[in-house]
Design a protein around this ligand. Structure first.
Ligand code: CTP
Length: 355
């Protein structure tokens, strides 16, 4: 409202992208992207009366809203690709051009704020939003930017949407251009790990015949991690990345980690984890081991992601015990003590385990 009411006369302003899509889906977007044409972004920011930071080299300004959220003001732009996979060449454009350069119809919806408030649906995004479909705006979209396939997979999983058939059929022609888009694919890979269920995103890519973008292997452990997250458990990003890397054959892991700039510690975790070494593992490393070895983890009752009420195999492993029958016997002994009410707290059980 503030931006709209204080906009300079000639300014055309519209709310765009994920915020419009999510608001129409009944969610509450916090990242607001607002595109400006017919006026300078800095001028609009100054008129708003709000605090802002500006980035003139990008034609952007970030306004601080009274509720603590931020609003990005962006100069309307047009862009073209000099070759498939190239970084786009960007220039000033109209609101219409700014919408036409976007990836999916559901992301090309806009809420125009000035001179009047109205929904701009120039690419039939509204009907795709209703039908749960991801559709590119033109057949060369994936070829120009193959990282959009990954964006599509993230959205498909997050929103429960399907890739429209013709869009799906453009994937094979886009894949040979992936090497030119390596930088954007790298950022997309990190964003995949920020999604709630990354295993499902990789599986979706596989279902679309696009697994070669990252070339992963067996996804079983990663999907197990998805399952834990669906149940509301906390699984850190590092665990997911390590599991993904582990899906590659051992001989390829070093090269894959280098290509996608995976941190060294994440790459080395598989070698660090040896029975007897559990005490030196931090939480995400321990979880990695559990998700890779669910049978053992269950056997020793260590696949537990919530705080302990009783001593389990995990605490015993952390005390330095090795997996094996002795550990099983000690767990049995502690269970008896509990049943006989000889111990009545976690601390007392720990004490008993140590002695
Ligand atoms: N976009 C695109 N091609 C890309 C990256 C982005 O066309 N390779 C467009 C999309 O239409 C997107 C907009 O740029 O709506 C802004 O991108 P981004 O901020 O990453 O996405 P949002 O839509 O804001 O949010 P979300 O990540 O939730 O989709």
């Amino acid at each position: 409202e503030t931006v709209r009411e204080n906009a300079p006369g000639a300014a055309k302003i519209m709310l765009v992208g994920g915020a419009v899509r999510d608001a129409l889906l009944g969610k509450h977007p916090t990242d607001l992207d607002v595109v400006v044409s017919g006026a300078d972004v800095i001028e609009v920011a100054e008129h708003s009366g709000l605090n802002f930071k500006c980035y003139p080299q990008y034609g952007n300004a970030t306004l601080s809203l009274p509720n603590g959220n931020h609003l990005d003001l962006i100069q309307a732009r047009d862009e073209y690709y000099t070759f498939p996979g190239a970084s786009p060449t960007v220039m000033k454009g109209t609101l219409e051009q700014d919408l036409a350069r976007r990836d999916f119809t559901i992301n090309a919806l806009a809420l125009q704020l000035t001179p009047e408030v109205r929904l701009l649906d120039l690419h039939d995004g509204l009907s795709d939003l209703g039908a749960g479909l991801l559709r590119v705006l033109h057949p060369l979209s994936f070829m120009e930017d193959p990282s959009r396939i990954v964006r599509g997979a993230r959205l498909a999983v997050r929103l429960g949407f399907r890739l429209e058939e013709r869009t799906l059929s453009t994937i094979p022609d886009a894949l040979p251009h992936a090497a030119s888009a390596i930088k954007r694919l790298k950022s997309e890979l990190m964003l995949v790990f920020q999604e709630r269920t990354p295993g499902a995103v990789f599986e979706t890519l596989k279902g679309w015949g696009a697994e070669e973008l990252y070339g992963f292997g067996d996804l079983t452990a990663l999907k197990r991690a998805d399952e834990e997250r669906r149940r509301g458990e906390h699984v850190p990003t590092e665990t997911l990345m390590a599991l993904w890397l582990h899906s590659f054959p051992e001989s390829e892991r070093k090269q894959v980690a280098r290509k996608w700039q995976i941190p060294k510690r994440t790459r080395e975790v598989a070698d660090l984890i040896q029975p007897g070494n559990f005490g030196r593992m931090n939480d995400w490393e321990f979880l990695y081991w559990c998700l890779l070895n669910p049978e053992q983890a269950r056997e020793y009752e260590v696949l537990r992601l919530t705080p302990p009420r009783q001593v389990t195999g995990r605490e015993l492993l952390e005390l330095g015990m090795k997996p094996g029958s002795q550990l099983g016997q000690l767990l049995e002994h502690l269970k008896n003590l509990r049943e006989e009410e000889k111990v009545s707290s976690f601390e007392e059980e720990m004490q008993a385990a140590k002695t």
